[in-house]
Design a protein around this ligand. Structure first.
Ligand code: HT7
Ligand code: ZN
Length: 850
C-alpha cells in the first residue's frame, strides 16, 4: 500500500521497553547488533512481528531469547522483516539481530552515512530503518543503550556517556524515545565547550563539535544555546534533563538541523559564523535554529507525535516557540513582519497551488514531502491564533497542563486541543478546522458608517483545495483598532471573533468616521481584502500604532503601484511620497524602515496579480519593479544619500539586533542608490567592508546592474576553501543575474569542477538561486524550467529528498501564460517519465501535474 491514511492508525502490537545497540563502524561494512526487549501488547492475540528495514540492511543473524527461529518463520520483504506469530513467545522476549550496512554508499543522507570522513546519522522521519530492523514509528518508544566501536577519536550518541575507552564509547539515554530521535556521530572533531546550570542546580556540559580549524566560528552557536536554555526555563518553565548536550556541525545534511535527544546534528551553515563569512541574516537564523532544536527537547522529544500525520504538533509548536524567542531577543515588531513575509511567500504559495494540504494532513505517500511551510509555519500561526483567543494566561495554563498530562506520550492534535479546552473551558470543535482544512481563507471587509456607528462586515470564503471540495467557516480572530481623522487612535486593539461565513461588528459612539486598522499583528493567516484608496493607505502608513498594520499599509501601497505598472497602467505617486516621509522618520526603528523600503519581490507581485485573476507576466513584473525602485531613488536622492552615510556602523562587527538593523537600512538604501550611481558606492563598500553582510549586499547590488565581476573573483580567491562562502558565491550569481541570462549562467556554473552537486547546500545554492530569480526561472523560452528539470532528474537518483523538495520550484506553474505553462508541463512530464524515479519526486510531480 503506497498511500498512508490517518484513519488507519493502530497501536503497534508489541511493547518495546529497551533497545541495546552496538555499532562496529567501518565505511563500507558497518555491523550493527541490536537487542530489543519486547512484549506482546495483548498476550492473548498472537500476532506476527513486523519490523521495518530498508533494502540496504543485510540480515546476518536473528535470535529470539537466544535461539534462532525456524527459517520458514522469518520473511524478508523489500522494506520489512516479518517474524511469524508461531515463532514468538506469548510473554516478554529478547529479539537480537546483527546486520551489515554500507554507509559509504549512502548518498541520500538518510540513516547512517559519511560526510567528509565523519560518520553521521539522520533518522527523522524514517531513516532508522536503513540502520537496523526496527519498529520505525514514532509511537514506539524505548530507552537506548548504545556502544560505538571505532578508531575515530570522537564517538557520540544520545543521552549520557557511561563508558569511554580507546576505540569504544558507551551512551545511555534514560528517556524513552522513538527511533527517529536516535543519533550517532563518529569523527575527527573538536569541541567548543561551556556549561549551563539549570534552575534546579543541575550542571550540564555543553559542546559544539566542529571540524578542526572551525572552532573560532562556533562561539555564536554556543551563546545561542545558552540563551535558549535560559529562555525555556524562564518563559515555559522547561528544564534540560541530561548531563550533557552536544551539537555537531556536518557539511552534508538534507535539512537545517535535527533535534536528536541530547545530540543535535546541524547543517554546518547553521552553526559556523564569523563576521567575515556570515551575514546578519545567517547569525539571526543560527540563533533561531539552535533555539528551535533545543526547544524540541520538550516539544517533540519528551512529548512526541503518535504518528507522522501529527507532525505539526511538534513542528508548529516549536516554530511558534522559536518565533517567541527571537521576538524576545530582538525586535518583536520586525520579527512579526519577517514571519508574515515568509509565511506569505512560502505557505500561501503552497496553499494556493496543487500542493495545498492541511497542517494535519490525513493522507500521504512519502512523509518526507510533508515537511512543508504548511506544517511548520502555518502550524505556528494556528497556535498564535489559539493564544490570541484564549489570552496569555489561558495559553500558559494550557501549556502547563500539556506538559503535565502528556510528558512521555506520543500525542495527537486532539490531545493538544483538549488541554486548551480543559484549561480554559472553551469549545474548540470549530477551531479544529484550522488543522484539518487546507487553504488560506480570503476575507473581505466592508464598512458602513452612519449616526456615529461604524459597522464592519466580514465575509470569509473557503475555496476548494485538492481533495477538499467543500469546507465550513472557521473561527477567525480579527484584531482591529480605529484611528481618528487627526491620526490619533480612537479605539485600541480589540480582537473580534468571527465564527460565521458573514458577520457584522458595530463600533458606536464615534464622533467622526475613523480609519480602520484591520488584522493587526496579522492576527489570522487569511487574505484580507478591503476597498481602500492609496491616500488612506498612506494615512495608515503614517499613523497606525500597530507596526504590522503600518508596514502592511506601505506594502499594499507598493503592491498597488507595482501591479498597476506590471499591467502597463500608470500608478499614483502616493507610495513614492509616503516612503519618503517614512525613511526620513528618525524615530522609526531602522530595521522597520528597511522592511518598508525593500520593495515586494517579483514572486509576491505575481501572487498578488494571480489572486486577482490576472495572469502574471514575469518580464513585465521585473520591469515594473526596476522602474519603481529607480523612481524612488530619483525622488529621494538627497535623503537616501544622507541616510546611507548616517547608517554607517562604527566599531567592530557585532551581530546584535541594533547594529544589524542599521546595516539592513543602509543596504536597502544602497540597492536603490546603485540604480543612480551605477555602482560607485557598492564598489567602495565591497572593498572596505570587513563583514560578509555588507560585502554580499554590495555584490548583489552590483550584479543586478550587470557589474560585479571583479568582486566575484575577489570573493572566490579569498574563500575558495570555505564551503559556506562558496555556496553564497554560487547562489548569488543566478539570483541576481539579468533574467534573460540567468539560466545560461546557472548552466555554466553547474559545469564547474567546484560545483559539488551531491552536497545539498551546494545544490540548493545553485538550483535554488535560479528559482529565486522569478523572471529568470520563468524565462519565456523555458530555459529555466529545462535547466531545473535536468538537475532534478540527476539529483533524484542520488538524493531523492533533495530532488523532491527542490521540485517545488514548479508549484506555481499553472498561473502563467499558455506558452510558459506548456514548457513547464513538458519539463514536469520529462521528470515523471524517468524510469525508477523515486517515490518522493514521483509524488510531488504527480500532485503538480494532476
Ligand atoms: N525535525 C527535524 C526535521 C528534519 C528532517 C526531516 C526529513 C528529512 C531530514 C530532516 N532533517 C531534519 C528538524 C526540525 O524541524 O527541527
Ligand atoms: Zn523542528
Amino acid at each position: 500500500q503506497t498511500v498512508q491514511y490517518l484513519a488507519d492508525y493502530r497501536p503497534y502490537p508489541f511493547v518495546l521497553s529497551a533497545t541495546r545497540m552496538t555499532f562496529d563502524l567501518k565505511p563500507t561494512a558497518t555491523r550493527v547488533r541490536t537487542a530489543l526487549s519486547l512484549a506482546p501488547r495483548d498476550p492473548g492475540a498472537r500476532q506476527d512481528l513486523v519490523l521495518d528495514g530498508g533494502k540496504g540492511v543485510e540480515l546476518l543473524s536473528l535470535t529470539i531469547d537466544g535461539q534462532a527461529p525456524d527459517a520458514a518463520h522469518v520473511t524478508r520483504q523489500d522494506e520489512t522483516l516479518t517474524i511469524a506469530a508461531a515463532a514468538l513467545p506469548p510473554h516478554p522476549f529478547l529479539l537480537e539481530t546483527e546486520v551489515r550496512i554500507d554507509p559509504s554508499a549512502n548518498t541520500a543522507f538518510e540513516g547512517l552515512y559519511i560526510s567528509n570522513g565523519m560518520f553521521c546519522t539522520q533518522c527523522e522521519a524514517e531513516g532508522f530503518r536503513h540502520i537496523t530492523f526496527y519498529p520505525d514509528r514514532p509511537d514506539v518508544m524505548a530507552t537506548f543503550h548504545v556502544t560505538v566501536v571505532s578508531d575515530l577519536p570522537v564517538l557520540l550518541s544520545n543521552g549520557n556517556p557511561v563508558g569511554q575507552s580507546q576505540g569504544r564509547a558507551e551512551w545511555h539515554d534514560p528517556w524513552p524515545k522513538p527511533s527517529y530521535l536516535f543519533a550517532l556521530v563518529a569523527g575527527d572533531l573538536v569541541a567548543v565547550s561551556d556549561s549551563f546550570t539549570t534552575r534546579s542546580g543541575r550542571k550540564v556540559a555543553l559542546n559544539v563539535w566542529v571540524r578542526p580549524g572551525d572552532q573560532d566560528r562556533a562561539g555564536f552557536a554556543m551563546e545561542s544555546l545558552i540563551k535558549s536554555m535560559k529562555w525555556d526555563e524562564d518563559v515555559y518553565g522547561r528544564e534540560y534533563d541530561l548531563d550533557v548536550f552536544n551539537i555537531v556541525a556536518v557539511d552534508d545534511f538534507n535539512m537545517g538541523a535535527m533535534e536528536n535527544k541530547g545530540l543535535n546534528i546541524f547543517n554546518s551553515k547553521l552553526v559556523l559564523a564569523s563576521p567575515e563569512t556570515a551575514t546578519d541574516g545567517d547569525y539571526e537564523r543560527i540563533e533561531a535554529v539552535i533555539a528551535h532544536e533545543y526547544f524540541h527537547n520538550w516539544t517533540g522529544n519528551r512529548i512526541t507525535c503518535r504518528d507522522w500525520f501529527q507532525l505539526c504538533l511538534k513542528e508548529g509548536l516549536t516554530v511558534f516557540r522559536d518565533q517567541q524567542f527571537t521576538s524576545d531577543m530582538r525586535s518583536a515588531a520586525v520579527k512579526r513582519i519577517e514571519d508574515v513575509q515568509a509565511l506569505r511567500s512560502r505557505q500561501f504559495r503552497e496553499d494556493q497551488g496543487p500542493l495545498a494540504h492541511p497542517p494535519r494532513p490525513d493522507r500521504y505517500e512519502e512523509i518526507n514531502n510533508f515537511y512543508t511551510a504548511t506544517v511548520y509555519e502555518k502550524g505556528a500561526e494556528v497556535i498564535g491564533m489559539l493564544k490570541r483567543l484564549v489570552g496569555d494566561d489561558g495559553y500558559r495554563r494550557a501549556l502547563d497542563l500539556y506538559f503535565d498530562r502528556h510528558d512521555g506520550d506520543a500525542a495527537t492534535i486532539e490531545d493538544w486541543l483538549k488541554v486548551f479546552e480543559d484549561a480554559t473551558g472553551r469549545d474548540l470543535a470549530q477551531f479544529k478546522r484550522w488543522y484539518t482544512d487546507a487553504g488560506t481563507p480570503p476575507l473581505t471587509m466592508a464598512e458602513d458608517w452612519r449616526d456615529g456607528t461604524l459597522t464592519l462586515t466580514f465575509t470569509q470564503d473557503t475555496p476548494p483545495t485538492p481533495g477538499q471540495p467543500e469546507k465550513l467557516p472557521r473561527v477567525i480572530p480579527i484584531a482591529v483598532g480605529l484611528i481618528g481623522p487627526n491620526g490619533d487612535e480612537v479605539a485600541p486593539t480589540q480582537v473580534l471573533e468571527m465564527t460565521e461565513a458573514r458577520q457584522s461588528f458595530p463600533f458606536d459612539g464615534l464622533g467622526a468616521r475613523p480609519v480602520v486598522s484591520a488584522l493587526r499583528g496579522f492576527s489570522a493567516p487569511v487574505m484580507l481584502s478591503r476597498p481602500l484608496d492609496d491616500a488612506t493607505r498612506a494615512f495608515l502608513l503614517a499613523h497606525d500604532t500597530d507596526p504590522f498594520a503600518r508596514w502592511e499599509a506601505g506594502r499594499d501601497l507598493a503592491l498597488s503601484a507595482l501591479t498597476a505598472a506590471a499591467q502597463g497602467q500608470a500608478s499614483s505617486g502616493d507610495y513614492v511620497e509616503a516612503i519618503g516621509r517614512l525613511i526620513a522618520d528618525e524615530d522609526a526603528d531602522p530595521a522597520f524602515r528597511a522592511l518598508c523600503l525593500n520593495l515586494p519581490g517579483e514572486e509576491e507581485i505575481a501572487t498578488r496579480l494571480s489572486s486577482a485573476g490576472i495572469t502574471p507576466d514575469p518580464d513585465a513584473i521585473h520591469g515594473a519593479r526596476e522602474a519603481l525602485a529607480r523612481r524612488i531613488a530619483e525622488a529621494h536622492l538627497d535623503l537616501l544619500s544622507r541616510l546611507y552615510d548616517d547608517m554607517t556602523v562604527a566599531g567592530p562587527y557585532r551581530p546584535d539586533a541594533a547594529d544589524a538593523a542599521r546595516r539592513s537600512l543602509r543596504n536597502a538604501v544602497l540597492a536603490l542608490l546603485t540604480r543612480i550611481d551605477g555602482g560607485e558606492r557598492a564598489e567602495i563598500l565591497f572593498g572596505v567592508a570587513g563583514n560578509m553582510t555588507e560585502r554580499m549586499a554590495a555584490l548583489t547590488a552590483l550584479l543586478r546592474r550587470g557589474r560585479g565581476q571583479a568582486e566575484l573573483a575577489a570573493l572566490h580567491d579569498q574563500f575558495a576553501d570555505n564551503r559556506l562562502v562558496m555556496d553564497k558565491w554560487f547562489a548569488v550569481q543566478p539570483m541576481a543575474a539579468p533574467p534573460a541570462q540567468a539560466a545560461a549562467m546557472a548552466r555554466a556554473l553547474s559545469q564547474r569542477k567546484d560545483f559539488d552537486w551531491k552536497n545539498p547546500n551546494r545544490f540548493r545554492a545553485l538550483i535554488g538561486g535560479l528559482s529565486a530569480n522569478h523572471a529568470g526561472f520563468h524565462a519565456a523560452d523555458g530555459s529555466g524550467y529545462d535547466f531545473t528539470a535536468d538537475w532534478l532528474m540527476r539529483m533524484d537518483a542520488v538524493n531523492p529528498q533533495i530532488a523532491a523538495r527542490m521540485s517545488t520550484a514548479f508549484e506555481t506553474w499553472t498561473r502563467y501564460d499558455p506558452g510558459r505553462r506548456a514548457k513547464a508541463l513538458a519539463a514536469l512530464e520529462r521528470i515523471a517519465a524517468v524510469q525508477g524515479l523515486s517515490k518522493n519526486t514521483r509524488e510531488m510531480v504527480s500532485r503538480m501535474i494532476a
